[in-house]
Design a protein around this ligand. Sequence first.
Ligand SMILES: C[S@@+](CC[C@H](N)C(=O)[O-])C[C@H]1O[C@@H](n2cnc3c(N)ncnc32)[C@H](O)[C@@H]1O
Length: 269
Amino acid sequence: MSENETPSTAPPDAAIPREMPEPSGSPAQSPRPGPAANPAPARPLHGGRTFTPRRGRVTDAQRRALERLWTTWGLEVDGSRLDLRALFDTLPPDAPIVLEIGFGMGEATARMAADDPATGILAVDVHTPGHGHLLRLAERNGSTNLRIANGDALVLLREMLEPDSLDGLRLYFPDPWPKKRHHKRRIVQPEFLDLAAGPLVSGALFELATDWEPYAEHMLEVLDAHPDYVNTAPDGGYAPGQGSRAPTRFEGQGLRKGHRVHDLRFRRR
Ligand SMILES: C[S@@+](CC[C@H](N)C(=O)[O-])C[C@H]1O[C@@H](n2cnc3c(N)ncnc32)[C@H](O)[C@@H]1O
């Protein structure tokens, strides 16, 4: 897999086919220092992980970035409590802090961090090449408002974040798990929404996007049914425009296949 390929966490028979070949050849060597090869095991929330654990092949450039930058900008999802204010200590104490779940290769995350330096972005994924790639982009942009977490976002939400500590949540193009028998692995479920409601402050914006129509309908349905979230769309449907989102790699692949993208924006009550 080259540096420019997109991660696919879902097994081939479970994910929408994309231009995302599985890693080939020998397993990646573990960069030291760098993110742990196997993120902390998560107690499945709703019938399985939302991703397939795998490390992916790390390019030399990504490995160098991980070795150089991970100890400064990276953190492990290890279940220990996280003081977000201390983590973003270069920002003013009242700066908004948002969590992005599943940044993939990180191009959109790097863009959003550069475009909005006053907001702290904690970006979490399990994909090591993506960690390295995002570190490189952030360094190139001189962004200091970005921290990168390695591991399962569900553990991060459930065990590490304090109540009322997040001003926003971003979930762009989560794995769609299109087959019916895999639907329980989709991250957007009532239990996930329960978990996210803890760290989100009242009024926080929860932004989602997907190019998989049935998943978009599912998102709308479970969010509408959840008492802690309210739709910001005037007609109670999909949100107009992209909100805070920069165009993502997965989105581009979907658009090239003729998929329609749906954005959703809900507020934490
Ligand atoms: C389909 S990709 C989309 C990546 C990116 N947002 C984009 O639009 O290009 C989904 C990403 O979510 C990550 N992911 C899935 N479940 C996760 C979880 N529970 N915790 C952290 N990352 C997760 C995967 O590793 C993968 O990188």
